[in-house]
Each structure stands twice: as structure tokens, then as C-alpha cells.
Design a protein around this ligand. Structure first.
Ligand code: Z15
Length: 832
């Protein structure tokens, strides 16, 4: 593993130190150098991408000193390294964020302008790495930012998908998916480490024999071996001089050419092998919640987990030969169950490959691993068909059986005779088809299990993981999610950031509790008008982009009412639509109705195989078509579906919101993080008592939050007593009118059948209680409208939202993980 070449320079660990000035002139020079040496272009012939690449390389160069110094920490025995295992990292564009975090923004801007370009143009050139679906992947990205900012040695491990989350086009109101070719023009931020590569076995069978000393030895004879190569991306902390590491694995054929097979006729077969090997990391599965049991997906999970653990063991062995102490080198966090094979793989590596006994291996595995759960939806809990698991991972199945055998022994000792409990807690589901239950594997193999918001953790303990909670309550804890104020305020809302910093100083960026100092400005009229000016400017910018991308003109003076997130029935975009339809009918009934102008903005992708979600997108666009062009509406209502919602678009959208829609059925949204981004940018929330909404409301004050709907207990009770959505339909005239309009074909050019599946779903099932919450939602929206008429008061509430959102910085979340789970010391903030 250590193939360092000894040279006269080997004693130098500080690195070669060429002059890398960060002033404007030095940046100007560096950009031109990269245009010449890296891009091989003459300035006169350079494309915008050439300039973007040249600038990005110049920025990356300037991150390297800190990075190399940071990587050195991995060898320091005194420092535990946090290893964040995640199948998704939804990073968003790097350039702007790196300029902010390193403090090079101004110099880069000036240098670019001295070359006759604008920074804004070059920022727009970057294809964002969309290596995630939604909240879970974006959370991982926020956590990397905080880990680096808090100077915690850390590695994010994941998959270098060649195609990330699909690009969404809207054609005739329908979602159309196209391939995300994010690597098309090159990726200046990653460094391929060809020498950091591991072999990953798959398939085949196991054999047992006694070795020379008479010990039982196990051999896994795979049918296939794939190589994983490390691609490293530096993650700049905010002015911390620490640069974190994101290490993503790309799959390759072990030999790019199988020479044994290279004879006549076998030639194509040899190349085939390569295609299969490389297909492992080809594409991200585009489902945000429930997964389908596809072999390739399991192969992806195993592939990245195995590469990552082999890499960690290599790093550990640089520190100490004793693998019993692995838990002192690494704290491993599993982001949901996607990496939960890590439990079995670490056992396999320790026992089969490094000769530890089972008990020693199990002890260190458990004390290393921790598991974050992100969902209560029972259908979203991952389980793999046993046969599929056995075919790909025969040795791991044996290990899972052995873990299970020992674990169920403990369970039956703790609960003698409780067969039902045993069946529920088993790592193997046996009721109708056999499955491996990944949440059970992750729970048994971890020393800590956490939910992502207070309510979520409580419900986790009562429902999906109740048996585990009862047996080992001490393992459970809550860490409420957070978002990074660097990307989500400083970078995306520079106007607001400037106003805040001018008023209370800059400390809030790393100490967001300081935002409280804004409270006293909430009574200062000139501050309030500056506050509104910023919001209005953001709304105008969004309005311009909406016009450009959708052709719809929206009024920046109107209330911007925004719901952006994955499209899912539990998130209830259709409840939002029912409100719009009702307002529409009120205007039609009474064209003079006093309804303050609103712009309803939706955005979000639907999983390609999720029919109902795609139909909801079609309905949004269909309603938009009718409402936006109805002369009687006279522009008072506008409905927009903003295509291709992603991090880049989010950075434009969150800062422009007046109202944030967080309207999931209570008990269904584990946390939500969009809710935090909106509120941190001065939007008020209309929401249910779900996920982190509960805590946001607690923080900002109930008078600054629009609450509606059933709470989780009431939802459970209503379901238990028998829920009949038809009754709500019968008894509420306006609700009936809204649903009947959809049913009549009014929004589908007379085609009454188009939305029938959606209407039927609502009337006869309505799993997520949209009809039950409709009236409460409508009444709450009236309160919103009334409040928005009093602009001054609205602004006060907006300021107070921002002032009290400090808790939701991902820095706070990461500090809690350090204390409660990783046992990593928190270092004082870096002196500026
Ligand atoms: C995902 O984005 C989330 C949960 C999942 O189980 C999967 Cl597979 C993907 C989301 C939650 O829905 C959301 O409430 C939460 O804020 C986010 O994870 C981060 O914890």
C-alpha cells in the first residue's frame, strides 16, 4: 500500500510551496497560465468553458496547501477521523462555494473582470454534480461543509456516478427525463487517484477447508472482480484552513483487457466484461424514497462500501497494526441503510482477510458504526430478496446469518417465549418470500441510531424501530438536521448576507446564534425597508428567470408562495393545488373578490416510475395553463412549474420566497431541510406539525409561523377509526367544486379521464389525508393573505424568522454528532 518513493525531498511534509498569490494580479496570471497550460487555448479562441476551467484550476491550486496539510491529519494517531458513508452527495456547484469559503471571491471577480469577463457568467458555466436525489444527499453535502468548517478530520465516501440525477424537461406539461451528462466538459474539481484502488469481489460461492494449522479457513470464490478507483474532491471549510476530502469510487474492469479471452471470437466478450464492470457506477437510481430491489443497486452499495472500508483499513494500518483499535481511528456514519452492508463487510474484512476472531471483530465493528434513519414510511425501509442477496454476496449472507443467530439468542434471552418479537427483529424477513432487512442489520451493527428531527426520533422509537428501542434504549438519540449558512445564505443570498453583516457583524456565518442580534432591528423602519428591498430584488431576479424558462410573466409584487421538493404524495403538492383551485373558483364566482395577488411556484422531480407523482406534475401544469390565461383572473393568480429543480435553481428560488410550503401529512416527513433554507432566507412557513417544522415553529415563535392540520397523533387516530375521504368531499362545497373541476376535464381540454386516477386516489383512499386537512389549510391560507396585506408586520415576522433560525445550522448538527455519537472533540473556532 505504501509505495512512496524515497527521495531527498521525502522528509518534507509541508509540500512544495510555489508562489500562489491570492491577489487580483496573481489570479489574473494564474487564469491565463491555466488557459495556456491546462486548456491549451489562446485567449482569443477560448470558450466560456475554457475560462471557467482555467479559473477553477486556479482556485483549486490555491486550495491545495491547506488540503495536503489536512490530509496529513489522517496519519495523526491523536485524531479520530469521521467517515461519512453515503450513496448520495448532492453537492451543487463548487466554484462559487469555494470562492466564498476560501475568501477568494473578490480577487477572482476582479481578475475575471480584468480579462473582460464576468464572474457571474463563469459561475453559470458549471454543471452541478447532481449525485443525489433530494434531502438525504443534500444533507450529506451540508455536513461536509460543516465538518471542514469545524476542522474535524473527515472523509465523505460515496459513488462517482457518471450520470447523476436526471435533468427534468417539461413537455406538454409532462416530465421528461434526460441524461445528466455532468462530466461532458470535464470536472476541474476532482483528482483521479489511480493508485488508490481496491478490488471488489462479487457473486460465486464460498468454500471451507482447514489450513496448515488446522484452523477453519473460508474462501470466497467470486465469479467477478471489479476495481474501484478513488476520485478525490477537496471540500473547503469556511475560512478554517481545513479542506475536507470527498472520495468517490468509480468502477473499472480489473484488467481493461482480458488477454486470456483475446483470441478470435472472444474479443467482444473481453470488451463486454469491461462494460459490465464499468456499469456499476454508471447511474444514480432516481428514487428518493422507496427503492426497487434491483441487483445493480445492491452491487453499487456493496461496491462503494467495500472500497471505502478497505481504504479505511489501509489508513488505520498506517497508524497501528492493531485492528482491534480500528474504532479509535474511525467513526463511521451510515447515511440511511444504503451503506448498511458495511456492517457485514467490516466483519468479513476483519475476520476473513485480517484474521481477527469473531468476538473481537464484532466488538470493534459495533463501536465503529452508527446509523442514521431518514424515514418512517414503512415501504421505504430497504430489504433485499434473499436469493438476490445470496447470488451477489454469498459470504455476506453467511455473516448476516451468524450475526442474526447470535442476536436472536440475545433477544430470546431478554424476551423468553416472545416468538412474534423474534420474527420482527430478525435480520431475515420470512413472511411470504424471504428478505434481508437492512434497517435491522444497521441497527444491530451500530452503537448509535439516530433520527433527524425530534418528532421523527420519537416516532422511530414508537413505530419502525420500537423493538430495538425497547431492547437497547441507550443506543437511540436525536440529531435534528441542519443546513449550511455558507451556501444557503452567503452564496445564494448575498444581498441579505450583506445587510445582516452590516447590522450585526459577520460572526453569524459560523455562529448563527448571533443572528438573534437582528431581533432589535425588527422595530427599525429603515432596516425593515432595506430588508424588503433585498427580498424584492430577489423576487425580481426569480421572475426574470421564470419568464426565460417558462414564458410566464409573474408580478414581483405578488406573494411568492413556493413549494419546491421532490414530488411525492406524502408531501402533498396536490393539497397546495386544491387551495389554488379554490381561489380560482372564488374569483370566477365573484370577479371582484378581494384576493391578494399570489404567484404559486412549484418545482421538483418525480421518480421516473412513480406514476401518481408524474400525474401531479401534469396537473400543476394543466391548472397553470388555465389559470394563467383566464382574463377574469386578471393576473391575480399565477401558477408556475419551475423545471429541473436542483441545487443551482434552489439557490435562486429560496431567497425569493415569501411563503414556504411545508405541508406534508404529520408524521411522514422525517425532518425536511428545505423548510430551513426558506426560513433562513426570510420566508414565513405554512406547515403542519411534521419533521423539523415542529422545532422551527418553537424557535421562531408560533406567531411567526402559519400552522394548520392534524398532528401526528390525530392522524394515527383518524386512520385507526376509519378514514372516509368521501365524507369530506360530500360535506365541503368548495372542496367538492375543486375536485369536480379536475374530474370534469376543465384542465385537460375536456379529457375527463386524464386525472381520474388522481381523483379516485383522493376520494377512495387518500392515504395522506389531503381532504381531511383541506379546510384547515384553507383557513390558514386566509390568515397568510391577511398578514401579507400588512407588509410592515410581515417584514417583522420575516426578520424574526431569520433571527431565530440559528439552531438549524448544520454546524450545530455536526457538533451534536461529535458529542453524542462520534466521540470526537470539538475544536474551538479557527481564529480569523
Ligand atoms: C431522502 O431524501 C430522505 C429520506 C429517505 O429515506 C430517502 Cl431514501 C431519501 C429525506 C427525508 O425525506 C427528509 O425528511 C429529510 O429531511 C432528509 O432525508 C434528510 O434527513
Amino acid at each position: 500500500a505504501n509505495n512512496t518513493v524515497k527521495t531527498a525531498a521525502s522528509s518534507q511534509t509541508q509540500g512544495h510551496n510555489p508562489r500562489r498569490g491570492v491577489g487580483t494580479a496573481a489570479m489574473n496570471r494564474a487564469i491565463l497560465d491555466h488557459l495556456h497550460f491546462t486548456m491549451a487555448r489562446l485567449p482569443a479562441l477560448a470558450s466560456r468553458n475554457d475560462w471557467y476551467m482555467a479559473l477553477s484550476h486556479a482556485v483549486r491550486d490555491r486550495m491545495l496547501d491547506d488540503w495536503l496539510a489536512s490530509l496529513h491529519h489522517f496519519r495523526n494517531k491523536e485524531l479520530k477521523v469521521v467517515s461519512y458513508l453515503s450513496a448520495e452527495f448532492l453537492l451543487g456547484p463548487h466554484l462559487g462555494n469555494n470562492l466564498i469559503n476560501t475568501g477568494m471571491w473578490d480577487a477572482a471577480r476582479d481578475a475575471v473582470e480584468s480579462l473582460g469577463l464576468t464572474l457571474e457568467d463563469l459561475l453559470r458555466q458549471e454543471e452541478e454534480p447532481g449525485l443525489g436525489n433530494g434531502g438525504l444527499g443534500r444533507l450529506a453535502a451540508c455536513y461536509l461543509d460543516s465538518l471542514a468548517t469545524l476542522r474535524i478530520p473527515s472523509i465523505g465516501y460515496g459513488i462517482r456516478y457518471e450520470f447523476g440525477i436526471f435533468d427534468q424537461l417539461i413537455r406538454d406539461g409532462w416530465q421528461v427525463e434526460t441524461a445528466d451528462k455532468w462530466l461532458k466538459f470535464g470536472n476541474p474539481w476532482e483528482i483521479c487517484r489511480s493508485e488508490i484502488a481496491y478490488e471488489v469481489k462479487m457473486g460465486g460461492h464460498t468454500e471451507y477447508h482447514h489450513d496448515a494449522d488446522g484452523r477453519l479457513a473460508i474462501a470466497w470464490l467470486p465469479v467477478k472482480v471489479i476495481k474501484g478507483v478513488a476520485y478525490d474532491t477537496p471540500i473547503a471549510g469556511y475560512r478554517s484552513r481545513i479542506t475536507g476530502l470527498l472520495r468517490l469510487w468509480k468502477s473499472e474492469a480489473v484488467e481493461s483487457f482480458n488477454f486470456q479471452a483475446f483470441n478470435a471470437g472472444e474479443y467482444y466478450h473481453a470488451v463486454d466484461e469491461k462494460v459490465v464492470s464499468e456499469s456499476i457506477t454508471k447511474v444514480l437510481y432516481p428514487n428518493d424514497e422507496p427503492g426497487v430491489g434491483k441487483l445493480l443497486r445492491l452491487a453499487q452499495q456493496y461496491f462503494f462500501v467495500s472500497c471505502s472500508l478497505q481504504d479505511m483499513i489501509r489508513v488505520h494500518l498506517l497508524r497501528s497494526p492493531r485492528l482491534e483499535e480500528f474504532d479509535q481511528t474511525f467513526a463511521v456514519q451510515m447515511n440511511d441503510t444504503h451503506p448498511s452492508l458495511a456492517v457485514a463487510e467490516l466483519m468479513r474484512l476483519l475476520v476473513d482477510e485480517h484474521g481477527l476472531g469473531w468476538d473481537a471483530a464484532w466488538k470493534v465493528t459495533r463501536s465503529t458504526m452508527a446509523y442514521t434513519n431518514h424515514t418512517l414510511l414503512p415501504e421505504a425501509l430497504e430489504k433485499w430478496p434473499l436469493q438476490l442477496f445470496a447470488n451477489l454476496l454469498p459470504r455476506h449472507l453467511e455473516i448476516v446469518y451468524e450475526i442474526n443467530r447470535r442476536f436472536l439468542d440475545e433477544v430470546s434471552q431478554a424476551y423468553p417465549g416472545d416468538q412474534a418479537r423474534l420474527a420482527r427483529m430478525s435480520l431475515i424477513e420470512e413472511t411470504g418470500g424471504k428478505f434481508v432487512r437492512m434497517a435491522n442489520l444497521a441497527s444491530v451493527g451500530s452503537h448509535a441510531i439516530n433520527g433527524v428531527a425530534h418528532l421523527h426520533t420519537e416516532l422511530l422509537k414508537e413505530t419502525v424501530l420500537a423493538d430495538f428501542y425497547q431492547m437497547t434504549p441507550g443506543k437511540f438519540c436525536n440529531v435534528t438536521n441542519g443546513v449550511t449558512p455558507r451556501r444557503w445564505v452567503l452564496l445564494s443570498n448575498p444581498g441579505l448576507a450583506r445587510l445582516i453583516s452590516e447590522s450585526i457583524g459577520e460572526e453569524w456565518v459560523t455562529a448563527p446564534e448571533k443572528l438573534r442580534k437582528l431581533e432589535r432591528f425588527a422595530s427599525d423602519p429603515s432596516f425593515l425597508s432595506a430588508w424588503r428591498w433585498v427580498k424584492d430584488a430577489n423576487k425580481r431576479a426569480l421572475a426574470a428567470t421564470i419568464l426565460e424558462r417558462t414564458g410566464v410573466t409573474v408580478d414581483p409584487e405578488s406573494l411568492f408562495d413556493i413549494q419546491v421538493k421532490r414530488i411525492h404524495e406524502y408531501k402533498r403538492q396536490h393539497l397546495n393545488l386544491l387551495h389554488i383551485l379554490t381561489l380560482y373558483h372564488r374569483i370566477k364566482r365573484d370577479p371582484g373578490a378581494q384576493i391578494p395577488p399570489r404567484t404559486f411556484i412549484f418545482g421538483g422531480k418525480a421518480a421516473p416510475g412513480y406514476f401518481m407523482a408524474k400525474l401531479i406534475i401534469k396537473l400543476i401544469n394543466s391548472v397553470a395553463e388555465v389559470v394563467n390565461t383566464d382574463p377574469e383572473v386578471a393576473g391575480r393568480l399565477k401558477v408556475v412549474f419551475f423545471p429541473d429543480f436542483n441545487v443551482t435553481n434552489g439557490q435562486l428560488i429560496y431567497p425569493a420566497a415569501d411563503l414556504s410550503e411545508q405541508i406534508s401529512t404529520s408524521g411522514k416527513e422525517a425532518s425536511g431541510t428545505g423548510n430551513m433554507k426558506f426560513s433562513l432566507n426570510g420566508a414565513l412557513t405554512i406547515g403542519t406539525l411534521d419533521g423539523a417544522n415542529v422545532e422551527i415553529r418553537e424557535e421562531v415563535g408560533e406567531e411567526n409561523f402559519f400552522l394548520f392540520g392534524l398532528n401526528a397523533t390525530e392522524v394515527q387516530a383518524l386512520k385507526k377509526s376509519g378514514y372516509h375521504p368521501g365524507r369530506f368531499y360530500e360535506e365541503d362545497g368548495e372542496l367538492r367544486e375543486a375536485i369536480d373541476a379536475v374530474r370534469s376535464g376543465l384542465f385537460s381540454h375536456g379529457d375527463a379521464g386524464l386525472f381520474q386516477p388522481l381523483v379516485d386516489h383522493l376520494l377512495y383512499d387518500d392515504e395522506y389525508l389531503a381532504l381531511a386537512d383541506y379546510r384547515s389549510y384553507l383557513e390558514c391560507q386566509e390568515r397568510v393573505s391577511t398578514a401579507f396585506r400588512q407588509r410592515e408586520l410581515w417584514s417583522v415576522k420575516s426578520v424574526l424568522n431569520v433571527a431565530r433560525m440559528g439552531k438549524f445550522s448544520s454546524d450545530r448538527s455536526i457538533r451534536e454528532y461529535c458529542e453524542k455519537i462520534w466521540k470526537v472533540p470539538i475544536r474551538p473556532p479557527f481564529p480569523h
